[in-house]
Design a protein around this ligand. Structure first.
Ligand SMILES: Cc1cc2nc3c(=O)[nH]c(=O)nc-3n(C[C@H](O)[C@H](O)[C@H](O)COP(=O)(O)OP(=O)(O)OC[C@H]3O[C@@H](n4cnc5c(N)ncnc54)[C@H](O)[C@@H]3O)c2cc1C
Ligand code: SF4
Length: 478
């Protein structure tokens, strides 16, 4: 602990951002970095608690107190090594992680948490600027071949770990670019895509081979995959979206969020897009209040929507959490994302009854208000409020209500791999093994829709499990 009184002397300093009216003019990231000196001072607020709850709150168990201290002392390169020892891609999490670590920070009990996420962001960005991030090429090759299906954060973390253990790793991706939802889904204004390209260069130098436009189970058979590789890791994500089968669902202008968001990623990358779905000049209604819904809001605003409304089925959460009750867990409370800040009408306890339109095109949405009450078992149940139906203009409706499970058709059916009762691949976190010999699974494909940081954790742990399976033991971290 660098400065014993730091937490008493220094106030939390958050990142600032370009004002909404400025940032919506582009699809670029818009946070304004703090100086290294300011971040160093923020590091002094860490109390190096006897039990670092932040570290257990972080899914990759980042060794947060150690790098806070190193940053305070100006030892940025050591801080980077410590950070990389648990997290392959801190430039991703430092930008888009919801930071459960900060909810778990002991200072958060009666004061403001340490700015852990921004310290992480600064360590890695500074590390890249200084040229400290280098390929770590395995000293010896094992001669074993591993296939990773899916190039999201889980597949990439696993591939990097496995290559560093000396295996010959090939990543197969059905899309035309590597990155999974980091590339196609998460908007560029939250995370610019050159960050993925830079990591891919490092990974190529470490021996990872990337094959795009290969859809396993479609243009590459699962038999071939099993024949050609000593182990196979499935990290194909959770891509089956939750639908809203109400009258009018078939109308033109009602789309899944994931038909809309990747198109803008592609335009930003300079690609031309077929069957454009654009919010320009339209009254947009986003159904679903989570990350995906929020990304639809920010993207619609940048495209020049006439209005953006976001409906959430659940009731409006409390403004503040009851800390004695919920700390150190990530609390349910009212949050406003940067996209929502940019100008969107939000409404809670609203269900969609129908989409209305003419000539095959959506024009309005018919909604109803809900009353949520606890039943005898203490569960929240909803009832429609009689007479509360209302209509809103809607030329574009974006469905962002989450994902049910991975796509079963194709690869998973061909493999005939065992599924759990939610339709995800069944594999436990002791060894990430599926029901099939030499086939492993990790990330959203195994745990269901989740977070980038969980995907990285699972990728790292699955890599160790595969290394143990292939070699009998492993020196990769758990
Ligand atoms: C719009 C959106 C915004 C989000 N925002 C955030 C956020 O801000 N912060 C956060 O922490 N999390 C966020 N998430 C969640 C996060 O992106 C995911 O939890 C994470 O990307 C899961 O990683 P993964 O590697 O398991 O799968 P994915 O990232 O989904 O990658 C799976 C990859 O596998 C490929 N694939 C699938 N099947 C095959 C096949 N048969 N053959 C070849 N390739 C295949 C897919 O094309 C895809 O590229 C968001 C999710 C969405 C949809
Ligand atoms: S990865 Fe997320 S939870 Fe972990 S330290 Fe970074 S911001 Fe916190």
């Amino acid at each position: 602990m660098g400065k014993i009184t730091g937490f008493m002397e220094v106030a939390r300093q958050d990142l600032t951002s370009l004002p909404p009216e400025e940032r919506v003019k582009t699809y670029s990231e818009f946070t304004i970095p703090l100086s290294l000196e300011s971040v160093s001072t923020q590091g002094s607020r860490c109390m190096d608690c006897g039990i670092p709850f932040c570290q257990t709150g972080c899914p990759v168990n980042n060794i947060i107190p150690d790098w806070n201290d190193l940053v305070y002392k100006g030892q940025w390169q050591s801080a980077l090594e410590t950070l990389h020892s648990t997290n392959n891609f801190p430039e991703f999490t430092g930008r888009i992680c919801p930071a459960p670590c900060e909810a778990a920070c002991v200072l958060n009990i009666n004061s403001d948490a340490v700015t852990i996420k921004n310290i992480e962001h600064t360590i890695i960005d500074h590390g890249w600027e200084q040229g400290w991030v280098k390929p770590q090429i395995a000293a010896q090759k094992t001669g074993k071949k591993v296939a990773v299906v899916g190039s999201g954060p889980s597949g990439l973390a696993a591939a990097q770990q496995l290559a560093r253990a000396g295996h010959e790793v090939t990543v197969f991706e059905k899309n035309d670019r590597i990155g999974g939802l980091l590339r196609y889904g998460i908007p560029d204004f939250k995370m610019e895509k050159h960050l993925i390209d830079r990591r891919m260069e490092q990974m190529r130098a470490e021996g990872v081979s990337f094959k795009t436009n290969v859809h396993v189970g479609v243009n590459l058979s699962t038999d071939e995959l099993l024949k050609d590789f000593d182990a196979v890791l499935l990290t194909g994500g959770s891509e089956h979206p939750r639908d809203l089968p109400v009258p009018g669902r078939e109308l033109d202008g009602v789309h899944f969020a994931m038909s809309f968001l990747p198109q803008q990623n592609k335009r930003n990358a300079g690609d031309s897009v077929n069957n454009n779905i654009l919010a320009t000049g339209k009254h947009v209604v986003v159904i679903g209040g989570g990350d995906t819904g929020s990304d639809c809001v920010g993207t619609s605003i940048r495209q020049g929507a006439a209005s953006v409304t976001q409906f959430e089925l659940m009731p409006r959460p409390p403004e503040k959490e009851n800390k004695p009750l919920v700390w150190p867990n990530y609390p349910m409370k009212m949050r406003t994302s940067s996209s929502q800040e940019e100008g969107c009408q939000r409404d809670w306890s609203v269900a969609t009854k129908a989409f209305l339109g003419s000539n095959g095109k959506v024009e309005k949405l018919l909604a109803v208000r809900l009353d949520w009450q606890k039943n005898d078992q203490g569960q929240m149940v909803m009832k429609e409020v009689p007479g509360s139906e209302f209509e809103v203009k809607a030329d574009l409706v974006l469905l962002a209500m989450g994902y049910l499970h991975p796509v079963h058709e194709g690869m998973l059916k061909d493999l005939n791999v065992g599924l759990d009762n939610r339709g995800n691949i069944a594999a436990n976190t002791d060894n990430y093994k599926t029901s099939l010999d030499k086939v492993f699974a990790a990330g959203d494909m195994r745990r269901g829709q989740s977070l980038v940081v969980w995907a990285i954790r699972e990728g790292r742990q699955a890599a160790r499990a595969i290394d143990e399976y292939l070699m009998g033991s492993s020196t990769l971290p758990r």
